[in-house]
Design a protein around this ligand. Structure first.
Ligand code: GDP
Length: 197
């Protein structure tokens, strides 16, 4: 898929202010600092579209971007930042769950995972929650350029093994880098394929 246009639409903290659910929507989420903003910018080939975080965990907003006037790319607030207060985290949980569980035009959630790390409980728990609720999701391993592919692949295998205790079918995954756009076109192809269905 060629990106012909990518426009910021709105930032929200309230479900009732989201754009009408008239176009297919794809959400990106992951731990703060996982490289979500950088990857969104790499995928859309727009440098400043998503704001790369100076203060991780600060923005607790749902950001909608309209791509090719055809679908929404949704930037969800990152989870698990240590300096966020417990109250903030509880609010985050409520708000995000409300979005994930009720957004009718949500096609798929891309869960971003740092490819350099062994499986982290917080990411596994998040995947479990999605699976438990029957929300389709795809794993995106980030920052692949920071290490050898062998090392990334080892962590991916470990992540799959950890998920296998819950899921019969392991979700698809992509290995990506915002630095060299590895995997970015594959993600766009997948979105294109789902949109055409
Ligand atoms: P976010 O908090 O998940 O939105 O993460 P950011 O996109 O702000 O990235 C966090 C940090 O990781 C920044 O310093 C980025 O430059 C860096 N980063 C993000 N993605 C990549 C990547 O693919 N490769 C490398 N080398 N660095 C990355």
């Amino acid at each position: 898929m060629m990106i012909k246009s990518a426009e910021f639409v709105c930032s929200n903290t309230k479900m009732d202010k989201l754009p009408p659910p008239l176009l297919p929507e794809y959400a990106f989420i992951g731990r703060s600092n996982v490289g979500k903003s950088s990857l969104i910018n790499a995928i859309t080939q727009r440098k400043g579209l998503a704001k790369t975080s100076q203060t991780p965990g600060k923005t607790q907003l749902i950001n909608h971007f309209l791509i090719n006037k055809d679908w929404y790319l949704v930037d969800l607030p990152g989870y698990g930042y240590a300096k966020t207060s417990r109250d903030n985290r509880a609010e985050w949980g409520k708000f995000i769950k409300k979005y994930l569980f009720s957004r009718e035009n949500l096609q798929c959630v891309f869960v971003l995972i740092d490819s350099r790390l062994k499986p982290q409980k917080i990411d596994l728990d998040f995947c479990y929650m999605l699976g438990d609720k029957g929300i389709p999701f795809i794993l995106i391993f980030t920052k692949a350029d920071k290490q050898s592919h062998l090392k990334s692949d080892q962590n991916i295998v470990l992540f799959h093994k950890a998920l296998a205790q819950w899921f019969e079918e392991i979700p698809a995954h992509y290995l990506t880098s915002a630095e060299n756009r590895l995997g970015c076109d594959d993600v766009l192809t997948l979105i294109n394929d789902v949109n055409l269905k």
